[in-house]
Design a protein around this ligand. Sequence first.
Ligand code: F6R
Length: 610
Amino acid sequence: MCGIIGYTGSENAEEILINGLHSLEYRGYDSAGVSVSTPDGIKTVKCEGRVSLLEEKLSLFGNLLGNCGIGHTRWATHGEPSERNAHPHNSESLTLVHNGIIENNGELKASLIELGYIFKSDTDTECLAHLLDSFYRKDNDPVSAIIKTVSCLKGSFAFGVIFKDHPDNIYALRKDNPLIVAEGEKGYFLASDVPALSAYAKKVCRVGENEIVCLSSDSCRFYDLQGKEFGGIFEDYDSNGFSASKDGYDYFMLKEMYEQPEAIRRAVGHRLNINGLPDFRVDNIPDSFFENIDSVSIVGCGSASHAGLVGKSIMEKIAKVPVSVNIASEYRYEPPVSYGNTLTVCISQSGETADTLAALRCSKANGSVTLGIVNVVGSTIASECDYVIYTNAGPEIAVATTKGYMTQVAVLAVIAAKISLNKNTVSETYVKEFCHELLYKIPNAVNSVLSRMDEMDLISERIKDCEYLFFIGRGSDNCAAPECSLKLKEISYIHSEAYAAGELKHGTLSLISDGVPVFALAADMKLFEKTASNIREVKSRGGYVVLACNEKIENTEAYADAVFMLPDVDPLLSPMVTVTFAQCVAYKTTLLRGYDVDHPRNLAKSVTVE
Ligand code: F6R
């Protein structure tokens, strides 16, 4: 949610800032801006819209020459997307970029207006800029001004600031929002995440909660909230071969979809021992951990909670433990009733989602043991969970998650297998075969669906102008349906809903009329006969049925207007294959409708506000 970048060194700052902002656009893209310390003072250029527009504006009105600067790409929380509300925001003595929310912005603003400050934007950030200025002007000490400012703030935030009196330094702080500093060959960098700096970073340091950093061209100093200096811990940066570029694909989403088979193999392969049985010692989780679990509470948002639905289905079936799936934003109001030793599993690709973090803290306060399933190494959720299993999916840039979701399901399946093994709820042979299928057959099946991308053309052409559609399924197909539906609606903007196939007739069937598309998911052969009845109900009301079904089902044309055959896999794992099909349909349909696949409107990747 909002991307922050900063650079100070011997190179041209503007170019580095713009490059960084392009990589950070997944965090928000409704407006962008940069401030650079030039020989004529700090200059700020910003505009509504994407970073490419900012780039054009800079080249049209004159590039900013200087070696120190900060930049920002915004996802609006306070005030509409506009140039006026774009960051950086300036006050008398400084320029500032910010990510997060200042919750007490209203009262602070009132007292700053009394002090004579004039507000030019609707943002909470401007309040932060003026507050910092008011303290700085008292003793001209950046660190002390930041400390005093932070003591007045409520909310979660990360910010970077350049003071006019210190034009070659960037000061920054974070609380509940990510911030990274990196050492490069030609200076120091600041960013909301590591991939934005992958072209420059040699060493990186994740700034800790409430730590103040001061970057100069040849040093990075750290201060605590008492103003005491301490040494920050930098680690060698290794991109692990992952690249944050499109690598020849038209879109990040497409690239990430194609990375799924390998990502699943990585996520699973790391957690199987030489006998092919689940083993989490590589994650420093002792074997005994899985023996004492009486119930599991899964927490996540959006697709992460959809992965949880698949996890629940597998765990309850093979490990026989009761599992609840909780939407993180509701967790505080409706916490699950705990039953015996409850393990709370927090799922988050980014590891920074504010609602999931809040739920995690709440569950810890209630005494639950917490396990994170996280992609971004060192992220806040990963650091705060008692144990963490990394999904090893590599950077996910497209706003709509694909490989993130897929690896979350894969890890949940291995956890389910491990609990089953330790609790003896199924035989060792069963666990071995299940894990074998997950490691080999599933990635191949995902690959096979991706290789038939062209088959989606007909389906996408048929649905591209419809107003709304439905995904229905039973059993594990019902677990896949919410993710299929979300994928399509979030990028194509076609309203879509997911229903248990048998539920349609309890009200929603009234929405089916001539030509309304219904995707009937039937990867699980055993349940097809019943789903077929629901398909008939839809067909007899004029609905257009797309059947995505197990390849072993025969005579499919009798049921549906269009058919996509899914490779036959274990029904428990079939959502991974079915969702791949839906990703392809969503991708193709979005292209046909002429929208930007990677940057759906109103959304951002890392949702760090509640
Ligand atoms: C949808 C999507 C979101 C995320 C959700 C949680 O494609 O990406 O629904 O799954 O915002 O994000 P993380 O996993 O980063 O906590």
